[in-house]
Design a protein around this ligand. Structure first.
Ligand code: ADP
Ligand code: G6P
Length: 471
């Protein structure tokens, strides 16, 4: 049996809490398959700090159950250009359709390439000939090309956890052709949704003049790559078990006791501008304004974990949310009722199912999202006899699968408020019918299905060691 080698920027100990869909999903996959997980250690070396040069610096190794975690430190300047700069100042905003937030500083691409080269140099000596290598997300798009340049001939797959925008948005990135060319060093490239996959097909046809070989295969730059949609899922059984464990049950009991005379709405996100939190707050304010019967009853619990605070756009959103929550509570709050409870922190993962189950409605209303796992977690945590309702943005990848949610356009504040009102007052039969259908889909396409389908497809791609798309 080949060993699975997973590579991502963010690496998390599979036994600890992590906020972010990638780390949560990969921890669940690797706990099951075993293998190696390679990535950044979370540590940066400050300028002038004594110690060896990046190339000679030792790796950190830690065995976490069946998973060997191997991580590397990055120099502060490289990290700033690669992570805060190119990954989160260019690729993240553009791939989430926010050209207005992108900063195309040419120094960023240099740092991004350098970090990818370092990943390749450090990983190369650890690889076995029959390893299956699976690289994840926008931080590491050129990694396969760098590995191939060092002589790696293994099967290499890539999965993009975030959306891929239409060709004309992608084409705004200086050097976008370089990025897409880098994808041709992989054997299989996976996207979250059919829409993202379609954008890829349109891009490679129009911009790279790739030849369509059928069945998802494309030929360009003297290489063949296969592409497809592989919507990521959650570990349903694990999440159900978490809900039945003591911390999950205690949280549920505490919340239902505390809010016995209220109806809870819940939002759980990283504090990211793509999550549409200001629009969500405005919709909640419209709900209270337009449907006064919900006042003193509906309470929104919004948990937003700190994220990427070194990037300006993230501090801007922090202030916007705090001021919106303050004004809603100031205008509508009563001595014995606070409309919004906002927490800028992480919730321990074992408590999440209890929080979801105690909530009548989940607000999952990103302006763009690759998939959104919170939507799936909320559905799985519900009591099937008395389930809550999912209000879901049509711009989340999850909306392609979760058709029985109340789908909304988060930019349309009034329509979203109407949908929230509908959700709060939905009859129990309709709640049950919708929940049953959603749960069946989420169960069928869980995280193990995602992993198996991707890896089986990768194993069946036609191995091709020739071609030179190297950068
Ligand atoms: P993203 O990957 O963009 O953060 P997802 O919704 O796909 O969005 O995944 C987020 C994951 O991180 C989910 O598993 C969710 O439970 C977890 N998470 C997000 N925010 C928090 C938080 N504030 N506290 C605890 N877990 C969180
Ligand atoms: C999203 C991205 C991941 C990232 C996560 C958390 O899920 O797709 O690649 O790990 O957000 O963000 P962070 O920048 O903290 O790793």
């Amino acid at each position: 049996m080949s060993r699975l080698v997973v590579v991502s920027n963010r690496v998390a100990d599979p036994r600890k809490t992590a906020a972010g869909g990638l780390a949560v999903a990969l921890a669940e996959v690797l706990n099951n398959t075993g293998g190696m997980w390679f990535g950044w250690s979370g540590k940066t070396i400050e300028p002038g700090e004594p110690g060896p040069h990046a190339q000679e610096r030792p790796l950190h190794t830690h065995q976490a159950g069946p998973v060997k975690l191997v991580t590397m430190d990055l120099d502060r300047q490289d990290y700033d250009a690669y992570y805060g700069g190119y990954s989160n100042g260019v690729l993240w905003p553009v791939f989430h359709y926010r050209l207005d937030l992108a900063d195309f500083d040419p120094a960023y691409i240099t740092g991004y390439r350098k970090a990818n080269q370092l990943f390749a140099q450090k990983l190369r000596p650890l690889l076995r000939d029959d390893d299956i290598i699976w690289i994840h997300d926008y931080h590491l798009i050129p990694l396969a090309a760098e590995l191939r340049a060092l002589g790696c001939t293994q099967r290499i797959g890539f999965f993009l956890h975030i959306p891929l925008p239409p060709p004309l948005i992608l084409a705004a990135i200086p050097g976008h052709d370089w990025l897409i060319r880098a994808l041709f060093a992989y054997d299989l490239v996976g996207f979250q949704s059919n829409a993202d996959h379609e954008h890829f097909c349109r891009y490679v046809q129009a911009e790279a003049h790739a030849q369509d070989l059928g069945r998802g295969r494309w030929r360009a730059f003297n290489r063949t790559v296969q592409a497809g949609a592989f919507p990521i899922g959650i570990d349903v059984d694990e999440f159900v078990a978490l809900g039945q464990a003591s911390e999950g049950r205690e949280m549920y009991e505490r919340m239902t006791r505390e809010y016995s005379r209220r109806q809870l709405l819940v939002g759980v996100d990283r504090l990211d501008y793509s999550k549409g939190l200001p629009h969500r707050m405005q919709a909640f304010r419209s709900l209270l304004q337009n449907f006064p019967e919900n006042r003193r009853v509906a309470t929104l619990i919004q948990i937003a974990s700190p994220s990427r605070e070194e990037v300006d756009a993230y501090t801007d959103i922090l202030h916007e949310i705090e001021s919106l929550c303050g004004s809603i509570n100031g205008n509508y709050g009563e001595l014995d009722w606070m409309p919004v409870r906002y927490m800028h922190r992480n919730v321990a993962r074992p408590r999440l199912p209890g929080l979801y189950r105690a909530s009548r409605v989940a607000l999952v209303t990103p302006l763009r999202d690759g998939m959104n796992l919170v939507a799936k977690e909320f559905v799985v945590a519900q009591d099937p006899a008395d389930p809550g309702v999912l209000v879901l943005s049509r711009f989340a990848g999850a909306a392609e699968q979760l058709k029985e949610a109340l789908l909304v356009n988060p930019y349309d504040i009034e329509a979203t408020a109407n949908a929230i009102n509908l959700a709060l007052h939905m009859p129990i039969e309709e709640r049950r019918t919708r929940h049953q259908a959603l749960l069946a889909t989420i169960r069928r396409c869980d995280v193990h299905w995602w992993c198996n389908t991707f890896l089986e497809t990768l194993a069946h791609t036609q191995a091709e060691v020739s071609g030179t798309p190297w950068l």
